[in-house]
Write a protein of this length. Structure first.
Ligand code: ADQ
Length: 474
């Protein structure tokens, strides 16, 4: 059963407070459903949680890339009471390598995160990216009806808005960018910077998580395209394009419910007793060089070096889900993380205490919630992150934890009551671990209660409603 399902709600549980009358076409790299015991079910978390109820209500399409051969090209969903269609685009291995692993993940991704040491450029990446964006567009147009709203997601689909616009000048198109938009001087490192921005400007509305990314984007448009800008409106080729900040949230009702279930509470207690130390500090990330896992481990190593009184009293549990394992820099990162964990445990393990516990696999959300609940502190220290949803999941699930948060994340703009750190400053992160462990109970409580209020206000359904409302009012 889907997490938020109850009798009062739609098939997927959560309701959307705004009435969205027109049909909706979502275009995202990933499909919103997964196969579970021979049945297609909604993918839990993130976009799918927020947008499936809306699609169910308004009907329309979800266009995505086919991730494996099992997935049908066209699927009516939900099976028992079809409300909309999912269309999947089949890509060859070479197309996937150039469009997805190449252009999206080795060109745009590192530039957006200010990590150009990971940048790989090939002309074939851009050419394939353009062609695959066109394939997405063809799929969209195969089901498009005048009046439909088209909402594209993220950095995989920068060219598609303009490709649609050139065929349907009247189309209502919006795009949401989930990662940081870097400073103009960094974005322009991409040889196709102008074409990519022009592609996005096919939209009527472009969304980012925070104002800082909006400002960076407007600056890029102004300098690289010479477009006129007034406030948050871009004047381009006789059209007006609005650029807005819409910070994304998590499904707070769902995480709250899971984290307070009897099994999760029991598993959290069990984890605490297995760990056996006074303090448990956690890190939970996709294993991505932007997430700062390696520098975090080095900061924890410095902490152990500096504060002997904590030996035997604190465990750092890093959970990393495998990601982009076909890309060289991710394979290299895995080796470095494995090595750091081995080195730290080799040097500091005494008796039954090993300072670092490390899991490299995907966990269920119940498992993640029990780790969130068990933790005294979460170290979320990405070197850059568009938002970072782990922060919000942790705040929703914990009843006593302290959040140590990188100031280079979108989340830091939303959650200022965390212990903020510069993730590049190893000594600063080391000190922050100590501050988190020694924070007086009253202060912990006060910070946590404000953070919970902030996270509740964000919420992924509120985000989807707010963005769709802006799209329709524009
Ligand atoms: P991501 O880079 O994927 O998302 P994030 O927002 O932190 O980053 O979301 C990660 C998700 O993966 C969380 O829901 C978390 O629970 C889950 N996860 C992490 N480790 C896991 C594990 N071991 N097993 C199972 N699940 C795990 C991109 C941007 C972000 C932005 C989001 C949404 O990079 O900055 O917040 O999109 O816009």
């Amino acid at each position: 059963m889907h997490p938020a399902q109850n009798e009062e709600c739609s098939t997927y549980g959560a309701t959307s407070s705004t009435a969205h009358r027109n049909r909706l076409i979502i275009v995202a790299n990933r499909a919103p459903v997964r196969l579970s015991q021979d049945k297609w079910v909604p993918a839990v978390g993130g976009l799918a949680t927020a947008l499936l109820p809306v699609l169910e209500k308004q009907s329309g399409l979800w266009v995505s890339m086919a991730e494996n051969d099992e997935a049908p090209e066209t699927q009516h969903f939900p099976e028992e009471k079809p409300a909309f269609d999912i269309l999947r685009i089949q890509l060859s291995e070479q197309e996937k390598a150039d469009y997805y692993s190449g252009m999206a993940n080795q060109a745009i991704w590192p530039v957006a995160h200010y990590m150009i040491q990971h940048l790989q450029l090939k002309r074939s990446y851009f050419e394939t990216y353009e062609a695959i964006n066109k394939k997405f567009v063809d799929a969209v147009l195969s089901g498009y009806r005048e009046g439909d709203y088209i909402w594209l997601q993220d950095y995989h689909l920068m060219l598609a808005p303009q490709q649609i616009r050139s065929i349907h000048p009247e189309a209502k198109i919006a795009h949401f960018w989930h990662i940081p938009w870097p400073a103009m001087e960094v974005f322009r490192i991409l040889p196709w910077a102008r074409e990519l921005i022009q592609g996005l400007l096919g939209s009527d509305l472009i969304g980012f998580h925070i104002e800082e990314y909006v400002e960076n984007f407007l600056d890029s448009v102004r300098v690289l395209l010479g477009a006129k800008i007034d406030g948050n409106i871009i004047f381009w080729q006789g059209r007006e394009i609005r650029v807005e900040a819409h910070p994304i949230g998590v499904d707070t009702a769902y995480f709250h419910k899971v984290a307070n279930s009897t099994t999760v509470k029991r598993d959290a207690d069990l984890l605490r007793s297995q760990v056996g130390t006074d303090f448990l500090v956690i890190g939970i990330d996709r294993l991505d060089y932007t997430k700062g896992v390696l520098s975090r481990l080095l900061a924890f190593e410095s902490f152990l070096q500096q504060y002997e009184e904590y030996h035997g009293r604190v465990t750092f549990y890093q959970v990393a889900t495998p990601s982009r394992t076909d890309v060289g820099s991710y394979q290299q990162l895995k080796r470095e993380v494995d090595e750091a964990v081995g080195r730290i445990n080799g040097a500091y393990t005494r008796g039954i205490w090993s300072p670092v516990r490390y899991a490299y696999r995907t966990f269920s959300q119940d498992e993640l919630c029990s780790i969130y609940r068990a933790a005294d502190a979460a170290l979320i220290t990405p070197l850059r992150d568009g938002m970072n949803l782990v922060t919000q999941e942790f705040i929703t699930a914990t009843d006593h934890g302290v959040l140590v948060l990188s100031e280079l994340t979108g989340a830091a703009h939303i959650l200022p009551e965390s212990v903020l750190v510069n993730p590049y400053d190893q000594e600063g992160v080391m000190n922050a671990i100590k501050i988190a462990l020694e924070l007086p109970d009253a202060e912990k409580k006060e910070r946590l209660s404000t953070l919970k209020e902030r996270v509740n206000r964000l919420d992924v359904h509120t985000w989807a409603d707010g963005f769709l409302k802006s799209m329709q009012e524009g």
